[in-house]
Design a protein around this ligand. Sequence first.
Ligand code: ADP
Length: 299
Amino acid sequence: KATIVGSINLDTNLRVHRMVKPGETIHGKEHYTAAGGKGANQAVATARAGSKTRFIGAVGNDGPGEQMLDLLKEEKIDVSGIEIIQNEPTGQAFIPIDDNGENSIMFYAGANYAFGTEEVAKNSSLIETNDFVIAQLETPIEATIKAFEIARSKNVKTILNPAPGESDLPEKLLKLTDMIIPNETEAETITGIEVNDETSAKKAAAKLHELGVEAVIITFGAKGAFYDFNGYSELVPAFKVKAVDTTAAGDTFIGYMIATLEKDFSNLREAILHGNKASSATVQRFGAQPSIPYKNEII
Ligand code: ADP
């Protein structure tokens, strides 16, 4: 049902009492690796939601690359569109987390930036025969534009999660986007309109509609998710839960929403409710992919 064009990272997490200062060496308390990258997280979420999921992206010819491919295969994701790049390593992020739960992230995009229009074109059949194509901004924009052009030519719906936020998104990309899903901060970065409530979200949505985007969804963390589509708009409230770690909340929301969504977006509100429900489970658990729930856990 969905083809994801996006990033794959190996996350190396190190829990520390406090952040290290320049020139200093400190002991870590705990060390663990996990699969990450917004593309891979969203693919895992759509797959766990019970949707057939395909991936177009790249890893390096190295141990982390093999590990990431195995993890995605375990989730029954079609990895035939993942290229193995020879001269770049698999994307990696290094994440110290201190006792206050605060983190910093240093990453090297590696293979994620070494695939472009050619690799997407080679895998066009993975897009053409599907309902949706989903992309984020952790891989080259030209590759996303190519994927969206292929999708449009075959009446496949295009969905953009503009994360991490970027202020000068090419107009060409927005014109090719059917649905955009930013969070509050990203909505503000793209439109230049401060987004903090329903009224301001509506203004930002109007601007995005003007640029050619049919459906606008803005996620509002613990407040829920706002949509503006086909003349209707509403802030659909989040589920009240005690959050311990909001990592991958947005990725879970997107995966579960897309897994429920009809191709013509006619059941958008129901799909958002499903996204809210699933991501409320994610925020009650630690980590990125380990915290994304399986369909049978969402009742
Ligand atoms: P991102 O992780 O991309 O910044 P948000 O923080 O907006 O995305 O969260 C995405 C969705 O996850 C929200 O729309 C909401 O449904 C759910 N969510 C996030 N934080 C909470 C929370 N504290 N309690 C319940 N649901 C939450």
